[in-house]
Design a protein around this ligand. Structure first.
Ligand SMILES: Nc1ncnc2c1ncn2[C@@H]1O[C@H](COP(=O)(O)OP(=O)(O)OP(=O)(O)O)[C@@H](O)[C@H]1O
Ligand SMILES: [Mg+2]
Length: 246
């Protein structure tokens, strides 16, 4: 079922088992090829929303990915379509070597050995960590782990990539490279970030999530220029961003 939408979410509500109500009726459409930023203060529900995109968490409501309704029976196919780069790389990396972590997705998808090797090589080149394949992920620096986490998703070439705080803990050069890498990816992108400068550079549309609800959405620069709106939701512009808007 082709409908031009990468993601369609209707009335999504999510509550953690301890009773914490997090998502309160999210409605969201994302077209194929879009780059959408999700911004909002700590605890707004941004990570929870991303985890609902590939069924790591399943709430009440409807989530459709590339025209396919997400349910417990099609999680494998959904996860081939949506890759999530987690906020914390320790949640993503679990193999003894970097190579195994990056190869894990393509292996599960049933690619040939040659294809797996090619995918790992290309993903490692994209995150500029060629040569790290035999290293233990647990002995890498935090910034290196974040880049390997991205490689574990890139190696699957999913239609949609959701990034949770991709630029945190990266040095300035790695942040610049990351922005360049994300922009060059052909997939539909969803980027959760506190870095409004990066959001401004990459995203065509921004969504403000506050207290589990979408409280504003619009073209990136319309949102970033609206000082009163940003202040209302505790989203002050950094100096870098203010310079760009002037
Ligand atoms: N496993 C859990 N059990 C109970 N509550 C949780 C759990 N994980 C998160 N929460 C709560 O859900 C709310 C939303 O958390 P979430 O991690 O989605 O926020 P966030 O917008 O990603 O914040 P941040 O900017 O700090 O990453 C928070 O109040 C958090 O305390
Ligand atoms: Mg988060």
């Amino acid at each position: 079922m082709e409908n031009g939408k990468a993601i369609e979410i209707k009335e999504l509500c999510f509550q953690y088992p301890d009773g914490t109500d997090v998502l309160k009726g999210i409605n969201l459409s994302i077209h194929r090829g879009e780059s959408v930023g999700i911004i909002g203060p700590n605890g707004a529900g941004k990570s929870t929303l991303l985890l609902n995109l590939n069924g790591i968490l399943i709430g009440n409501g409807r989530v459709e990915i590339m025209g396919m309704e997400l349910n417990k029976r099609n999680l494998k196919r959904i996860r081939e379509k949506v890759g999530i780069v987690f906020q914390n790389p320790d949640d993503q990396l679990f193999c003894p070597t970097v190579w195994e972590d990056v190869a894990f997705g393509p292996q599960n998808m049933g690619f040939s050995e040659d294809d797996i090797n090619k995918r790992v090589r290309e993903a490692m080149e994209t995150v500029r960590l060629s040569g790290f394949e035999k290293r233990s992920p647990h002995h890498l620096s935090l910034g290196e782990k974040k880049r390997v986490s991205l490689a574990t998703v890139l190696s699957m070439t999913p239609d949609i990539i959701a990034f949770d705080e991709p630029s945190s803990n990266l040095d300035p050069n790695s942040q610049k490279q990351l922005i360049h890498t994300i922009k060059s990816l052909p997939s539909t992108k969803i980027i959760v970030t506190h870095d409004l400068y990066m959001a401004g550079d990459i995203c065509n549309r921004l969504i403000i999530l506050f207290n589990g609800e979408i409280v504003a959405e619009g073209e990136t620069w319309e949102i970033l220029k609206n000082q009163e709106l940003l202040n209302r939701y505790d989203l002050p512009l950094g100096d870098r961003c203010r310079v760009c808007i002037k």
